[in-house]
Design a protein around this ligand. Sequence first.
Ligand SMILES: Cc1cc2nc3c(=O)[nH]c(=O)nc-3n(C[C@H](O)[C@H](O)[C@H](O)COP(=O)(O)OP(=O)(O)OC[C@H]3O[C@@H](n4cnc5c(N)ncnc54)[C@H](O)[C@@H]3O)c2cc1C
Length: 553
Amino acid sequence: MAAVEPLGAGVAEPEDRGGAFPRLTDAQRAKLRAAGRVREVVAGETLFREGDPDYDFFCVESGFVAIVQGYGQENQVIAVHGPGRFLGELNLLTGAPPLLTAVVRDAGSVIQLPVAKLTELVSRHEDLSNLILRALLARRAILIERGAGIRLVGSRFSRDAQRLREFLRRNRMPYQWLDLEEDEEAEQMLATLAIAADETPVVVAAGGVLRNPTNAELAALLGLGARGAPPTLCDLVIVGGGPAGLAAAVYGASEGLDTQLIDKLAFGGQASTSARIENYLGFPTGISGSELAERATFQARRFGARLVVPAQASGLAYRDGHFAIELADGQAVNGRTVIVATGALYRKLDVPGFERFEMGGIYYAATQAEGMVCAGDPVVVVGGGNSAGQAAMFLSQRASQTRLVIRGDDLAKSMSRYLINEIEAQPRIEVLTNTEIVELDGEDSLQAVTVANTRSGERRELDCKALFVFIGAAPHTDWLRGHVAMDEHGFLLTGRDVTAESLSGERPLFLETSQLGIFAVGDVHSGSVKRVASAVGEGSMAVQLVHQRLAAL
Ligand SMILES: Cc1cc2nc3c(=O)[nH]c(=O)nc-3n(C[C@H](O)[C@H](O)[C@H](O)COP(=O)(O)OP(=O)(O)OC[C@H]3O[C@@H](n4cnc5c(N)ncnc54)[C@H](O)[C@@H]3O)c2cc1C
């Protein structure tokens, strides 16, 4: 009988791209050995499987381990790791189940230790901590790029498929998208699973098949969100998990407050949709918004903050001396104090057919995912602020032609000088001043936009497969109407900006709203600077004020 080839036979180890696959030194492995145990492993043995609720950290001492997608079915080998390399990706630290399966290819030995022991170990050894965290973050980015992990089958024209893709993308979960309109594999998979096309979108994972799941159902499958039963009452509830909310969670939890953070979609907020944040202190070469979000989320969890996603605040009540944040699913989260960090929503263009093309060709963010979609195509970016400028710079590396459209006559009125310099030095970007978009064209998806010069009225049709819109924002504050004072646009007034007539007694503290005990930070607060650094600064500052308010209660 012919011998069965082991999974990953002949596959070479991947290069250590961006710190994703470092080889631990003898000294580093000795630290792991002291905290865990060394054991022999045989070919074909699985160290952990996709979807396992609990699994350990492994470092290969000798032999080789294959990392496999769809183990037992398509058996696709993603990578092979040998001596000195460790296994796992970001889920190891978030407590979510593994996305892939680890199968021993060549017998040898491994160091095995529970994740709790690893966390304890790395908190004492900075070299290991930096190396492992960096690798796990880089591996997540690689898996997203490869489209590994769960499979989502659906039509690109389905709103629910768009919703699920958005949820996965914003939560930085790797997934393989199988488009019913395009991929034969999609039909084959549906046939194998005996699922009719009208039951799509479906999510296929080791943990089961979900037919058109809600975001909450998908989150549960992926192991996103908090563990354990919710507390009855917290010192601090933070609503909104962008940079402001995450900073408040890190400082609140690290300063001993019983802290709960909820977000309706994903942690990281708008910042996580930024391809590269170059003006955040301490990152001289910039940091991608998603990496900043991943690091901050990990940090908040490490300090003991309870992070819940998806959980949308839809109302507020004051009961028995505390605030009850009412959630869209009918539940409530209770806190003695509240920090509102719900940010703002980007505005849409008032052009006929805009909503139709939101299904195919209009974007509010320019990240890796959008960059892949429009690679080699002409794109247009609308807006004169820093986010538009960054998007144009990022897209110019991928698109065949990038045009930046602004209504004003000069970028300098609204954009940072460093970005203007970069744009001016980039020949693949054309800046169209005194210009607005007046028409969108295309059948199923966007093909062209017509622009008009606001002074001469001259019109010009531009080839455009993707339109990126960055033209201002409206705050997420409807759920607070009637409870706290707002400015004419709905942004929350705080501190000295709260007018005397909206107060019943004591004046609010700095960053405190007209309702004492409720604070507002980041983009949601009136007059905010709309920068990551200021959102983070306010989130941390508000925690000091929460301490003051709690002491006065
Ligand atoms: C593409 C892009 C690029 C950018 N680049 C930069 C940059 O380079 N440098 C810079 O300084 N700034 C940049 N910004 C701006 C920066 O991202 C924002 O100023 C910052 O994210 C604001 O943080 P925040 O926490 O106040 O709000 P957000 O980041 O908007 O987060 C708000 C969070 O609240 C959640 N939420 C909303 N409503 C509810 C509700 N009812 N219940 C529960 N949760 C809710 C949302 O899901 C979201 O996660 C950029 C923005 C974008 C979009």
